[in-house]
Design a protein around this ligand. Structure first.
Ligand code: FRU
Length: 490
């Protein structure tokens, strides 16, 4: 299994730096990755090595800037860098290469995740300096660096030390409110519970620790990673990736680690309470979705990217020397008590002409989009190869099911091979599926939920769509998708 393959890596090997790998090793990894038919065409993925969380998302200098966690030495979690891309339109990218190197004592074992704000013609990149001492104890600090318009990065050093939490204290996300700056950090409290903790500053240098935000979920897992807090459509939203949570229902919290959000009326900065809190929800019901982060662009849109992957799970692509990709950028809104997600408008420009589907269809391209007008109780979409290896996405009147038990390559079986989501709108809804070689993003319940997953089918060749419901209408349309450009050429 892929998982065992990666066990061959020693700690020393994983913590090698980019300078420790030769140009010929890099070329060999790129060559090997080029042999992988599962490498995406319109999703952000690394040229080689491992991508995890999206970082530092911001709109700056006329472009969207996307950074991600990157381990260059191989498809494994090890020494982390911030890799940097920018784009005016989510289609044409500039590949800037590495932005943050772990080259100081305070980030000697990785420049870990964080967010960005834009101020005075600079992007301010907040991140966790992951330091290990000689006994391998972790010393996390929150740091920042500035990036100017000409691309010069300047590290400003540590701004927040860990005064109250265990060694799990990371992933700063900062925002500005009036003249004040606020930072949330993902933390583990001394009684080993996950928390989103708040800091306040008036000058970006001196930060006051205000403590955990109070919600009714103060005993919900042992660590909350990648916290995000924002206001949207008049509501306050806490979005985070809790570890150590599960349920016995068929839908919720099925992955090794999860992503959840809490909507409230507002965050009371005196009492530290999320007022008017609603029950916790899950944005995505697929197999591979983690560490989402959001930002606001020049049009005022709140946009989210997430990692299509999970910690501690190796995908079969590791044999091709790469792992991990980002979701498509998704615009968010709060509607009817849900965080609603929709692929940003710009991505429709990647669609070629639509073809109405019926029955079996030979796939001209494995990078495509499917829109389905589903005014039926039940339907089934099957993606398969000539051997009958497949994944299926089905809808009944009460639920959606994504089944990857019959793929050519199985992995993470211990977490199950089927994922289910409730069908909130009994019949009519528009479903969108974005499929790109080995990734599928499904938008259901009018964007109130998604199902995001990797899948591994050798020589995927056809799609079959069907519905047994006579009444109603079922209209799937296929669009092959053009590729995004500019990646992999720093
Ligand atoms: C989430 C995470 C973060 C951390 C980063 C390290 O996937 O574990 O908490 O900052 O990855 O790469």
């Amino acid at each position: 299994m892929a998982r065992q393959q990666n066990n061959k890596w020693t700690v020393e090997q994983r913590y090698r730096r980019i300078e420790d790998i030769s140009d010929s090793q890099k070329s060999e990894m790129i060559r090997n990755r080029g042999l992988d038919a599962g490498y995406p065409n319109y999703h952000i993925a690394p040229a080689f090595g491992l991508l995890n969380d999206p970082n530092g998302l911001c709109y700056f200098n006329g472009e969207h800037h996307v950074f991600y966690q990157w381990t260059p030495v191989g498809p494994v979690h090890g020494m982390k860098y911030w890799y940097h891309l920018s784009t005016p339109d989510f289609i044409h990218f500039t590949d800037h290469g590495i932005a943050i190197h772990p080259d100081q004592y305070f980030d000697s074992h990785g420049a870990y995740s964080g967010g960005a704000i834009v101020e005075d013609d600079k992007a301010l990149l907040f991140y966790t300096g992951n330091q290990r001492d000689e006994n391998w104890n972790r010393i996390p600090t929150q740091c920042y660096a500035t990036l100017d318009k000409s691309g010069v990065l300047e590290k400003k050093g540590i701004i927040v030390e860990n005064s109250a939490y265990t060694e799990h204290f990371r992933d700063p996300k900062v925002w500005k409110q009036g003249d004040d700056y606020f930072m949330v950090v993902g933390a583990q409290t001394q009684n080993l519970k996950g928390a989103m903790v708040l800091y306040h500053s008036q000058n970006l240098t001196d930060w006051v620790h205000k403590g955990p935000i109070h919600t009714s979920y103060n005993d919900f897992g042992y660590m909350w990673e990648c916290p995000d807090f924002f206001e949207l459509d008049g509501q306050a939203v806490m979005l985070f990736s809790p570890q150590g949570v599960s349920t016995s229902t068929s839908y919720d919290l099925k992955n090794i680690f999860s992503v959840t959000y809490l909507i409230g009326d507002r965050l009371n900065l005196d009492s530290m309470e999320l007022e008017g809190e609603q029950s916790i929800q899950q944005p995505d019901y697929g197999f591979d979705f983690y560490a989402p982060q959001t930002y606001v662009d020049e049009l005022g849109r709140r946009i989210m990217y997430a990692w299509v992957g999970l910690p501690d799970i190796d995908t079969p692509s590791v044999k091709h020397e790469w792992a991990g990709m980002l979701t498509l950028p998704r615009e968010l809104h709060v509607q009817d008590g849900f965080l609603v997600q929709k692929v940003v408008e710009e991505i429709t420009a990647l669609r070629n002409e639509g073809i109405a589907l019926k029955g079996d269809f030979e796939l001209p391209s494995k990078s495509f989009c499917l829109t389905i007008d589903a005014n039926v109780k039940d339907f089934s979409i099957e993606l398969s190869n000539r051997l009958g290896e497949k994944i299926t996405f089905t809808g009944s009147d009460t639920e959606f099911t994504l089944d990857r038990s019959k793929m050519s390559e199985l992995y993470a079986e211990e977490y199950g091979l089927v994922r289910k989501a409730p069908r909130l709108l009994a019949s009519t809804q528009q479903i969108e599926m974005y499929i790109d070689q080995s990734v599928i993003e499904i938008f259901i319940n009018d964007g109130k939920h998604t199902m995001t997953s990797r899948f591994f089918i050798h020589e995927l060749s056809s799609i079959k769509v069907s519905s047994t419901t006579e009444a109603g209408s079922f209209k799937p349309t296929y669009y092959s998708m053009k590729s995004i450009t500019g990646l992999g050429q720093p």
